[in-house]
Design a protein around this ligand. Structure first.
Ligand SMILES: Cc1cc2nc3c(=O)[nH]c(=O)nc-3n(C[C@H](O)[C@H](O)[C@H](O)COP(=O)(O)O)c2cc1C
Length: 136
């Protein structure tokens, strides 16, 4: 079965409360585990950067559901590629809270640690830049 990785960015309609983010993560981890999707979600202010990877059909179905979620908008795909190995295999959905939770000073360092094992240079660069932008 062909695997793909999809990377997108989006903007929350309104700043999300941490309880709402917790809810999204709980549902995401349950759903993703059931269909073999893994990934990483980084939140910086109202911006989301998320990577989804796994069997193509599962990633596409998951992404179409996420794209239709009214809690965010301006969903833009930054990259989609066929992969042979996962980069986020340990996480049904890894998560790094950003400025929304008031820990902005440590976001860059925390994201650097999370993305250190990512060997796809494009994916790595997007997360790196995102962390820098939301660190101030
Ligand atoms: C930024 C963002 C990221 C999300 N990521 C996922 C995800 O990785 N997997 C998932 O199943 N749902 C994710 N969701 C939630 C979906 O949009 C949708 O609410 C959910 O999949 C519905 O699941 P349910 O039918 O089991 O209630 C995300 C939502 C947002 C706003």
């Amino acid at each position: 079965m062909q695997m793909i990785r999809l990377l997108y960015i989006s903007t929350a309609r309104a700043p999300l409360l941490s309880a709402e983010l917790d809810g999204i993560l709980r549902v995401s981890r349950r759903n993703n585990r059931a269909v073999g999707v893994t990934g990483l979600l980084v939140v910086g202010g109202r911006r989301f950067l998320q990577a989804l990877e796994g069997p193509e059909a599962a990633v596409v179905a998951t992404f179409e559901r996420i794209r239709a979620d009214p809690r965010h908008f301006a969903v833009v795909i930054l990259g989609r590629s066929t992969i042979t190995e996962r980069q986020f295999g340990d996480w049904s959905m890894g998560y790094q809270p950003g400025a929304a939770l008031g820990v902005e000073a440590s976001v860059a360092a925390d994201v650097q640690a999370l993305i250190a094992p990512i060997d796809d240079p494009v994916v790595h660069a997007y997360f790196h830049q995102f962390a820098l932008q939301h660190a101030a």
